[in-house]
Design a protein around this ligand. Structure first.
Ligand code: T4K
Length: 371
């Protein structure tokens, strides 16, 4: 029997090649390939304007962006409270910066860090909070900022999923001390690999740039132990071309999410997590939760879809707290993380990408509906 072509959970958007070529010609002419090149500078300005932020530093990827943000904020020791319901890079970045992650449970409605649980996890060693706007859904930023302010803690947001997300009419990236984006291939906006740190002021932006360039200051001295986290000109070229397309991409994702919602929104025991019809959401993913009352459990549906060549993903299962580098930490005890543990067992991210056609989406929906 003929198998359908595979449908993956994500499929990168690529701008028309003709739109990228003029930028590539500039690179070939200038022979500037990296190290704060002209395209990088243009991309940085264009992106800051698009996102509605003032100060932004381009970096090689989101993971390094979080490490640099923590380092710049002075969080190189002590404890950082974070979520277990995320990609493992979130916790790795804390460790790579020199601090220790402490995991707190999530809020069942947003699947993001619960401010009350964060507050309960604070110790004299706590230095910062590293929340994630998971699947692009904004955290309870007021609740988290209240906890941070009352306890003298920094907040660095892992905003890897939050490109273009708005809350109360402004970019969600404006919250906290810094926010870090990822432009990986699987993201709403990609530069193949890449990322950015949104900073509160120019001095912080320049400090991040310096750390991303080995710590070199004014071309000669070295002030700090930096790293190579520079974005190169090819990524900047792709980013400039992608920016011309982004509104179309976001609109298409909203239509696909609404279509999933219309077909799956009323199924007993199944919850579509991300809001639809809400302006300012980017529909980074389409996560569903298959609860105990649903007609199908997560593992059965995952296997059923795979048999049909449809590769949904169980993001984020296992929890970060199940992985070897973290599972012996006291805060990794699953009895302390009931909401995250339940969510990890129930979650399935259905394929979501800007050019998912209706026929393919119908095939996915059909499999979910089978009793
Ligand atoms: N914080 C959070 C909350 C994150 O989710 C991430 C990354 C980070 C921080 C770190 O940001 P970066 O340092 O990556 O900038 C993927 C991505 O590699 C990772 O970037 C992402 N989160 C994570 C959620 O997903 P995998 O191992 O699940 O990806 P992979 O290779 O299985 O790709 C998923 C599907 O996408 C594939 O089945 C096919 C499709 N695909 C993928 C790639 C790379 C394509 O069609 N083309 C491609 O080029 O980790």
């Amino acid at each position: 029997m003929m198998k359908w072509p595979p449908i993956h959970v994500a499929r990168p958007n690529l701008p028309p090649l003709a739109q990228v070529l003029p930028f590539l010609e500039e690179i070939w002419d200038s022979r500037m390939l990296s190290n704060n090149g002209p395209l990088l500078n243009r991309f940085e300005s264009a992106l800051a304007e698009y996102l509605g932020v003032e100060h932004i530093s381009m970096v090689a990827n989101g993971t390094l962006g979080i490490v640099l943000a923590l380092k710049q904020a002075g969080i190189t020791s002590g404890e950082v409270i974070t979520t277990p319901f995320s990609f493992v890079a979130t916790a790795h970045a804390i460790k790579l910066a020199g601090a220790t992650p402490v995991f707190a449970d999530i809020d069942p409605s947003t699947l993001n860090l619960d401010p009350a649980q964060v507050e309960a996890a604070i110790t004299p060693q706590t230095r910062a909070i590293l929340p994630v706007h998971v699947f692009g859904t904004p955290c309870d930023v007021e609740g988290l900022e209240d906890v941070a302010t009352r306890n003298g803690l920094k907040i660095i947001y892992d905003a890897a999923h939050s490109f273009g997300v708005h809350r109360d009419g402004q970019s969600v990236l404006r919250h906290g001390d810094m926010s870090v984006l990822s432009f990986h291939a699987t993201k709403v906006f990609n530069t193949f690999e890449g990322g950015a740190v949104v900073a509160p002021d120019r001095a912080t932006k320049l400090a991040i740039d310096q750390l991303a360039n080995f710590g070199i200051a004014d071309g000669l001295g070295v002030d700090d132990i930096g790293i190579n986290a520079k974005m190169h000109e090819f990524s900047a070229a792709v980013g400039l071309a992608q920016l011309c397309e982004i509104e179309t991409v976001l609109d298409a994702r909203a239509v696909i999410a609404q279509r999933y919602q219309d077909h799956l929104g009323d199924i007993h025991g199944l919850r579509c997590v991300s809001p639809t019809g809400v302006s300012g959401h980017n529909h980074y993913a389409f996560p569903i939760l298959l609860g105990p009352d649903c007609h199908v459990d997560r593992e059965t549906l995952f296997a059923r879809l795979s048999a049909e060549n449809i590769f949904a993903r169980r993001y984020f299962y296992p929890l970060i707290t199940n992985f070897a580098p973290y599972n012996t930490l006291p805060s990794a005890d699953p009895t302390l993380l009931p909401v995250a543990s339940r969510t990890a067992d129930e979650v399935l991210c259905l394929p979501m990408f800007f050019d998912l056609d209706e026929a393919s989406q119908d095939r996915i929906i059909e499999q979910v509906l089978i009793q």
